[in-house]
Design a protein around this ligand. Structure first.
Ligand code: C5J
Length: 235
């Protein structure tokens, strides 16, 4: 059946080709839009990164989140972080790099990447609403060490629209995990961000290369124009 006859399918122009999903079987996944990664003085900055590189993600992601709410998509926010006793923090992750502060140390926004701390939580602009899933994850991928698989199964989700930070780390890991589990994932290029412009470009290219080796890539405008209620979505 062609898309025009099959009104239940949404088709989004994307690379390497159209991304199709069934409304009611799709989830918006927002990866780690946490103060620790985005705010000046947070963990991201203590790692030596320019957090300004991530700021541009917020306005388009706010528009996509509003549209997803309008169209009653399943919405999943993730937060990377650890229990206050750090029992779920592998020593190898704690030791990684040469930051001025490590995970669990007290920084400007409380203990870094520790659940319950101010810096661990999601930025105000994208604050979850009641009923939306807030998924705490100890690793880079959203499936590792979480019940995301069960949540998606219960919600009968088949397709994911993936956003958040950072493109080449937690977004990539999650999209690869999703692909291996049989989900089709669409990444929104202007709703994902990296501290490194070249990683942003290459990270997106890698997803859609080789015929979409582990996903699809488009931008927020293309998604919003394709949504079932574009007038509401674009307002
Ligand atoms: C990182 C993430 N970059 N959310 N975390 O350590 O990508």
């Amino acid at each position: 059946m062609s898309d025009s006859l099959d009104a239940t399918v949404v088709t989004v122009p994307a690379e390497p080709g159209p991304f199709r999903y069934t409304p009611g079987r799709v989830a918006l996944v927002i990866i780690d839009m946490q103060r620790d990664f985005l705010l000046p003085g947070g963990f991201g900055e203590t790692l030596g990164n320019d957090v300004g590189q991530l700021a541009g993600v917020v306005p388009p992601l706010q528009r996509v989140l509003a549209a997803a709410r309008d169209t009653q998509m399943t919405i999943i926010h993730t937060r990377e972080g650890h229990r206050p006793d750090l029992s779920d923090l592998p020593a190898a992750k704690l030791r990684r790099g040469e930051p001025s502060l490590r995970i669990g140390d007290t920084g400007r926004y409380g203990r870094i990447l520790v659940r319950g701390e101010y810096g661990h939580d999601i930025i105000d602009e994208l604050a979850p609403l009641p009923g939306e899933v807030v998924l705490d994850k100890p690793g880079k991928g959203a499936f590792y060490g979480t019940d995301l698989g069960d949540i998606l199964l219960d919600a009968e989700v088949e397709s994911l629209i993936v956003t958040g930070v950072t493109t080449e780390v937690c977004v990539h890991t999650t999209v690869r995990e999703a692909n291996d589990r049989g989900y089709e994932a669409l990444v929104l290029s202007d709703c994902v961000g990296s501290y490194f412009p070249e990683f942003q470009r290459v990270g997106l290219d890698m997803i859609a290369a080789q015929g979409g080796i582990f996903g699809w890539v488009t931008d927020s405008s293309s998604l919003l124009a394709a949504l079932p209620h574009p007038a509401a979505a674009l307002a």
